[in-house]
Design a binder for this molecule. Structure first.
Ligand code: ABU
Length: 498
């Protein structure tokens, strides 16, 4: 939709009004108001936020302003999916702080016009990163799902808080539906399981550990840490008192999976809580072909699973799931009387806010629910299987190229593929400290140039004795095989003379 169409729809509306309203019902005031509105369609320089709803007669201006915002967003979305567009228009932080072409981040005491706000919206997107671009491989969370986006827009419009059913009746119940669904997929008996959506994988992991500690030492709730022995999560040979083992299903860099059954055996023998960080790998449970990588997860006591990673739900969407019901509440509740009154008119079990250490909690469930409705479980499966195929393809192509070296020779377990690029001058030099010192500089240099040119984005890192290597990862539904081929060529183009 462009501005003309925005004007056109208003004109249509006028026509419709003419048809349905008797001429004598139309007043001069209406005509003046509509002329005023049309003027505003093209220029909002004299309009301010205070003129929008709930201001009296602010309806048309609000519509006009929001349609123009949508127009800006649609333009951005189209650019996002256009592989010829740049992923980013890179600037250094100091340049953004100093102001770019009139884009001024400083805040003033006086209101800016709506027209200026629209320019600010455009500029904010202009200097950002198109994380849905088919050649954006930088993070585990990528892509731009249009249904998820619609869900996020709706969520922002509803602007409520997840702590009570009272103010989020649909969303709190929807959350229980999704948690049940996810617990069922893990393999737990849904009626006995529990969970909560939280702000990201680390916080979900924290919830898992808090519950583990509470389960082992419930006295902590009333008497605090001081009454506990020196408990540890990771145990050395000298050991202290272990209470929990954290296993990983899909590690961030290598995409590796811990042997969950073996870990579960140890946890059962020693009565330890087993938490599985499946923030990245959890989505693989939706693939009948690949879910075996997580075999044993059903024996875990708690699981972190981030739908904003492999499942492509817009950020943020992360769940902590527990096999035993009631522990999250028992562990975290503070029973604030101003929110969680026991004598409410409805079933207060749906006041889920006391299961968390947060007070305010964003609605993260709706976009996931809407996407699940739109795709069905099988739709996610198809998407995820395709990522696995792309990873295999990428691995096979790299294996054949003598200027690339895979960090691990074996086929990737997941969608992560880690590799080095060797420029011709380093290709034939045997591994040595000096060679590695040089190799260490290659990935950052290639990445820097890639960012400056805005052609692609992928991450790199050192790990242990391995100097900087690239991590390719597939979680972006817009990525095709041609983008993978492009990336390989691009790395060679940028790296050959280094
Ligand atoms: N939670 C870690 C995500 C890091 C990454 O996207 O690479």
């Amino acid at each position: 939709m462009d501005l003309k169409e925005c004007g056109y729809s208003l004109a249509n509306r006028k026509q419709m009004r003419k048809k349905s309203i008797h001429p004598c019902q139309s007043t001069d005031k209406d005509v003046i108001k509509e002329a005023h509105t049309e003027n505003l369609m093209t220029n909002l320089s004299n309009a301010y936020a205070s003129d929008l709803l709930p201001s009296k007669e602010g309806e048309d201006l609000t519509k006009c302003f929001l349609l123009r915002v949508v127009n800006i967003l649609l333009h951005y979305i189209e650019k996002t999916f256009d592989d010829k567009s740049k992923i980013l228009d890179f600037h250094h932080p100091h340049q953004l702080l100093e102001g770019l072409d009139g884009f001024d981040l400083e805040l003033s005491d006086h209101p800016e016009s709506l027209e200026q706000l629209l320019v600010d919206c455009t500029d904010t997107l202009k200097y950002g990163v198109k994380t849905g671009h088919p050649r954006y491989f930088n993070q585990l969370s990528s892509g731009l799902d249009v249904i998820g986006l619609a869900g996020e827009w709706l969520t922002a419009t509803a602007n409520t808080n997840m702590f009570t059913y009272e103010i989020a009746p649909v969303f709190t119940v929807m959350e229980t539906v999704l948690l049940k669904k996810m617990c069922g997929i893990i393999g737990w008996r849904e009626t006995e399981a529990d969970g909560i959506f939280s702000p990201g994988g680390s916080i979900s992991n924290l919830y898992g550990i808090l519950v583990a500690r509470y389960k082992q030492y419930p006295e902590i709730k009333a008497r605090g840490m001081a009454v506990l022995p020196c408990i540890v999560l990771f145990v050395s040979e000298q050991g202290q008192t272990p209470f929990c083992v954290v296993a990983t299903a899909g590690s961030t860099v290598f995409g590796a999976f811990d042997p969950l059954h073996d870990i579960a055996d140890i946890c059962e023998t020693h009565k330890l809580w087993m938490h599985v960080d499946a923030a990245w790998g959890g989505g693989l449970l939706l693939s009948r072909k690949h879910s075996c990588r997580l075999s044993g997860i059903e024996r875990a006591d708690s699981v972190t699973w981030n739908p904003h990673k492999l499942m492509g739900v817009p950020l943020q969407c992360s769940a902590l799931l527990t096999r035993e019901k009631g522990l999250l509440g028992a562990c975290n509740q503070m029973q604030a009387e101003y929110l969680f009154q026991p004598d409410k008119v409805y079933n207060i079990n749906f006041d889920t806010g006391d299961k968390t250490i947060q007070c305010g909690r964003h609605v993260d469930v709706f976009k996931l629910w809407l996407m699940w409705k739109a795709k069905g479980t099988y739709g996610f499966e198809v998407q995820i299987d395709r990522y696995m195929e792309l990873a295999k393809y990428f691995y096979k192509v790299l294996k054949k190229k003598d200027n690339f070296k895979l960090v691990f020779d074996a086929e990737p377990e997941f969608t992560n593929v880690c590799f080095w690029y060797f420029p011709p001058r380093l290709k034939h030099i045997p591994k040595s400290f000096e060679r590695d010192q040089e190799l260490q500089k290659i990935a950052p240099k290639i990445k820097a140039q890639m960012i400056v040119e805005g052609t692609a984005m992928l991450s790199y890192q050192p790990c242990g004795d391995k100097v900087n290597f690239f991590r390719m990862v597939f979680s972006n539904p817009a990525t095709r095989q041609t983008d993978v081929d492009y990336l390989i060529d691009e790395i060679q183009r940028l790296g050959k003379d280094l």
